[in-house]
Write a protein that binds this ligand. Sequence first.
Ligand code: PA5
Length: 424
Amino acid sequence: MIKLDLTHALLKENVEDYANKVKVAHDMLHNKTGLGNDYVGWVKWPLEYDKAEFEKIKTVANVVKDKAEVLLVCGIGGSYLGARSALEMIYGLYPQLKTKVIYIGNTFSSTYFKQVEQYIEDKSVVLNVISKSGTTTETAIAFRMLKQIMEKKYGKEECKQRIIATTDACKGTLKELAMKEGYQTFTIPNDIGGRYSVLTPVGLLPLAIAGVNIDEIMQGALDAYHTFNNDDVKTNIAYQYAVARRILDNQGKKAEMLVTYEPHLQMVTEWWKQLFGESEGKEGKGLLPTSCTFSTDLHSLGQFIQEGSSVLFETLLLIDKPMLDGTFPSDEDNLDNMNYLAGKSLDWVNKMAMQGTLLAHEKEGNVPNIILTLEDTSARSFGYMAYFFFIACGVSCYLLDINPFNQPGVEVYKKNMFKLLGKN
Ligand code: PA5
């Protein structure tokens, strides 16, 4: 379901030379012996996920689907990026959904909050608040305000049917609040951190409410688990990708740009940035994960990539079969001189743009290109891709002797902010 092509990556070392280090990293992930080993629950999750809770997700989603015009997903970072990236990848940017999903609790912007409040005023709303810690400030502020708005609109009793909390199994403010208020709750496993949680209720509940086939997502993840549960870098393309990143890092390429040619994959690039950025960017090490959507951004950052400082490499995330396609029409008058494309598919044009850009960036710009090609943008491919990036990220970090599962640097801004906000 994913193909990896390293022939344009301009690697100066041999991927297979890392075979022993990869075996060690693989064992650390699978045997829970590496740094952050309390948080490797995602490794076997596609096999071992809680089947009863999975069925409960589907049951609750069916009820919510019928009553909600809007589903508010209230969460930040790993508590919303996965669901949003999956939804856009699978459905595109303008789907005709019975239940529209709106993301909130991921910013302090007053304008954003008030505009959502106005938008939902006359709509039937269900709220899924998602926070593992239960104390994240962006999420907590939005949740308190939405809770009051909804209690005013529906009354406390009806809110028991309309507010769902996804949080830790037994501890945290949100868990306690949800128990007291009688909300339905879903569990974020103890041993799975936020950015590795899209295959848990964190991602699956919003997706199921939006009508995504979550069985397909888990099937994709399981296929990936079986494919990549193999410590041999000669055959494991997730590990080849992880090693190629390290080799390019050694070659002085300190930024990885994930490039998509599909605007509906832009949120996948955001999700990927969080996964790799928070996992790897510590102790003065790691690649800066950045992203572009081509050809759109060829008209903004294309110049820099081609001829600017030589700091980055690209990883192309290509789609073999697009979600939708069409044919470019012929025109009798041809006033725009575009008849040379008549009869060609729109996706063919996109793919030719990709090939032309690859040639320019690699051959003339000397920019290494790793190419990942995903079969399609289905739910199954999403599950497969998510697991591919998880396992590649874990090994990439272990190759750097980094704990992939903590984020100590994120606490610094919070400390300063709490002081300014007067929090004790
Ligand atoms: O990956 C992570 O752990 C973080 O990015 C969290 O997902 C994010 O900070 C939100 O945390 P919480 O779910 O505790 O509100």
